[in-house]
Ligand binder design. Structure first.
Ligand SMILES: Cc1ncc(COP(=O)(O)O)c(C=O)c1O
Length: 409
């Protein structure tokens, strides 16, 4: 395994892990909904608010410090995503940024133009484009998800990506099933027919380091609260494309990217926290290498650990009579997020039973509503367990034991 900080050291950074519920230590499996925050991230936000708080672009120290902090944050996020600092746009969250980008892109599109989405995705990356389609009379096509393994149907993707498609809006990874899609291959296919490519990287970025240049995509959005930061959205866009966009904006606001796409006053403390989250991750990889190399090393090591945890969880659940697991099996491209159902119990009932034992899992459809409906769980939902950097094998054991106890009850 790649050498990075051990699990005990990682856990020591997260005060939330000291919490007890009903006398049990809390095991947080809700990372795909939002990870816990290390002390250093909260401290950076507090420091900004208490000592540097100002609006930007003025000629006094705290304002200049704010400008510097925003610039440093763009550089940190650019290192994580693989782009340049002047290609990083901040906003409220991925959904808001996607609606906003959609409005800007749509101004150049005509009735009948096509946007391709997928059945696998979070609805932040399908309903956003469907809303645009209603406004501008566009056609929406959805690439099918294979029910047997939660992967996109490649033949269907080829059939749907035909000339006339303006945009492929693709999730890099599924927040419901953990599937990692072949972003580079689908991007190349979309570019070959002249379409642009928007990547929803929210789930992916919490498990692996993105590489927007290697993927050759055009836009990529993610949210810092999924990778140990606060509630801030991040959009990367290819510089030359950002410069051509015509988003809704106020006339005094900057016409230059990346500010061009940023509406109103930003969440400065959140942006500082997002950068601190990147630095937290980078620091787990030691000090000597450049930041992106450290981040790559950490990302690889955490992915390997996540794989082992996922395998333990998948195998344990699969061997439990009455439990059904969904999505791609271990050993295939996937994150350490797994959804399952328990015969005779709704997902809400399973989550409540586990929560009483200090095991916090999410339940429902996670806004990946189409995928969960196609899997037959529109009404009772699925239970989702996501492994994060602080998840241990012992916590997985507690989750498995809790499910077995429920089935015995
Ligand atoms: C895959 C995926 N895409 C998009 C979103 C929406 O992100 P945000 O809450 O930042 O709008 C989420 C949130 O859970 C997600 O998991």
């Amino acid at each position: 395994m790649t050498q990075v900080a051990g699990i005990d050291e990682i856990r020591s950074h997260f005060p939330a892990l000291e919490r007890l519920h009903n006398g049990c230590p809390v095991a947080y499996f809700d990372g795909p909904g939002g990870t816990q925050m290390p002390r250093a991230v909260a401290a950076a936000m507090t420091d900004y608010l208490l000592h540097h708080n100002a609006n930007s672009h003025w000629d006094f120290p705290s304002s200049r410090e704010t400008d510097a902090a925003l610039g440093a944050a763009r550089a940190a996020l650019a290192d994580y995503l693989g782009g340049s600092a002047d290609e990083i746009v901040f906003g409220a969250n991925m959904t808001t940024l996607t609606f906003h980008l959609g409005r800007a892109l749509g101004r150049g599109w005509r009735a009948g133009d096509v946007v391709v989405v997928t059945e696998l995705d979070h609805h932040a990356n399908s309903d956003t484009w469907r809303a645009l389609a209603r406004e501008r009379d566009l056609e929406i096509r959805a690439i099918r998800m294979r029910r047997e393994d939660g992967r996109l149907d490649e033949a269907d993707a080829a059939a749907k990506l035909t000339p006339g498609v303006r945009l492929l809006a693709l999730g890099a990874a599924s927040n419901a099933l953990g599937t990692i899609n072949d972003v580079a291959q689908l991007t190349a296919r979309a570019h070959a027919i002249g379409a642009r490519v928007f990547i929803d990287g929210v789930h992916y970025a919490s498990h692996q380091m993105p590489d927007v240049r290697a993927w050759d995509c055009d836009f990529f959005a993610c949210s810092a609260y999924k990778f140990y930061g606060p509630h801030v959205g991040v959009l990367w866009g290819r510089r030359e494309l950002l410069a051509t966009l015509d988003p809704p904006k106020l006339s005094p606001a900057s016409d230059a990217p990346p500010e061009l796409l940023e509406t109103g006053t930003l969440n400065h403390e959140g942006i500082v926290g997002a950068a601190a989250a990147i630095d937290f991750l980078g620091a787990l990889g030691g000090e000597r290498l450049p930041r992106r190399e450290r981040l790559a090393r950490v990302s690889q090591a955490l992915h390997e650990r996540g794989d082992a945890l996922l395998r333990q969880l998948w195998n344990g659940l699969e061997q439990t009579a009455g439990v059904k697991v969904y999505g791609p099996p271990p050993g295939t491209p996937r994150t350490a997020t797994l959804s399952f159902s328990v015969a005779g119990h709704t997902s809400a009932a399973v989550a409540a039973f586990l929560a009483a034992r200090g095991v916090f899992v999410s339940h429902g459809d996670f806004y990946a509503t189409t995928a969960v409906r196609l899997l037959g769980h529109e009404h009772d939902g699925l239970v989702r367990a996501g492994c994060a950097a602080y998840t241990t094998a012992e916590e997985i054991g507690r989750l498995l034991e809790g499910v077995r106890e429920l089935l015995r009850a």
